[in-house]
Design a binder for this molecule. Structure first.
Ligand code: CA
Ligand code: CA
Length: 242
């Protein structure tokens, strides 16, 4: 970590120097619209992009220096922090396991997939793994890795790719006995969510890495879990609003 650039004062407001035009001074814009992270306004302008000093490693492509022009924009003054993300997640909320499954079923109670019971329905409707896992992915479904979110067709509720593509984190801690507990209740569980210690968090829907040979969890009913601090390239989430 190097010491702060002496040419820069607080935030990203540059001092007037020969190299910095006064009219291009950036301004801090706190709470830009509904955006809660402090941002700097960067005015439209030109700059010379690249390594002016010959410091770069040859393979990194920092040269030749060239002029670039940009429209005005605003940029966060810091990278997004864990606290920022927690606030976002707290304001929106992940779906619970029950909310995920009802939405994924799209009104087809009891069906294996969001569109019915058969895997192939006039062609592929789910991004999983075809071929021999993990050596050869034939990508018959059109996608060897993640697919854009609006791929295939949505279910009857309008949700895209609940099964396949990426696993989806749910708010509930994972409790393999949760359904058995609910089944013993006299009344249907209302807005259920598991309350056990969150060592594991629920994941639903399977991903593009799912293959029948070891994981057929690209189904409405399938459940899985991971520790909440796990980072995976094949997991995402949906937010809900009540
Ligand atoms: Ca695929
Ligand atoms: Ca999914």
């Amino acid at each position: 970590m190097t010491s702060p650039d002496p040419q820069l004062s607080a935030c990203c407001t540059p001092r007037r120097t020969a190299a910095v035009h006064a009219e291009s001074a950036a301004k801090v814009v706190a709470r830009h619209g509904t955006h809660l992270i402090e941002q700097c306004h960067i005015p439209a302008g030109a700059f010379r992009m690249g390594d002016h000093l010959g410091d770069g490693l040859p393979g990194d492509g920092e040269t030749p220096v060239h002029e670039v022009t940009l429209d005005a924009y605003a940029i966060d003054t810091t990278t997004v922090t864990n606290a920022d993300f927690a606030r976002f997640a707290g304001d929106t909320g992940y779906c619970t396991e029950a909310e995920w499954e009802r939405a994924s079923r799209g009104g087809l109670d009891g069906a294996r997939y969001p569109w019915g019971d058969e895997l192939l329905d006039d062609g592929w409707r789910v991004n999983i793994w075809q071929g021999t896992f993990p050596r050869h992915n034939t990508a018959e479904d059109g996608w060897p890795a993640t697919a854009p979110v609006r791929t295939y067709r949505p279910n009857a509720f309008g949700l895209w790719q609940t099964v396949g593509n990426v696993w989806e984190w749910c708010e509930d801690p994972f409790d393999p006995r949760a359904y058995a507990k609910r089944a013993r209740m006299r009344e249907p569980a209302h807005n259920p969510r598991s309350r056990v210690s969150p060592v594991l968090r629920v994941l639903r829907g399977g991903s593009y890495l799912c293959h029948d040979s070891y994981c057929n969890r690209y189904r409405n009913a399938a459940r899985s879990s991971n520790t909440p601090d796990s980072s995976m390239g094949n997991a995402g989430f949906r937010t809900v609003a009540l």
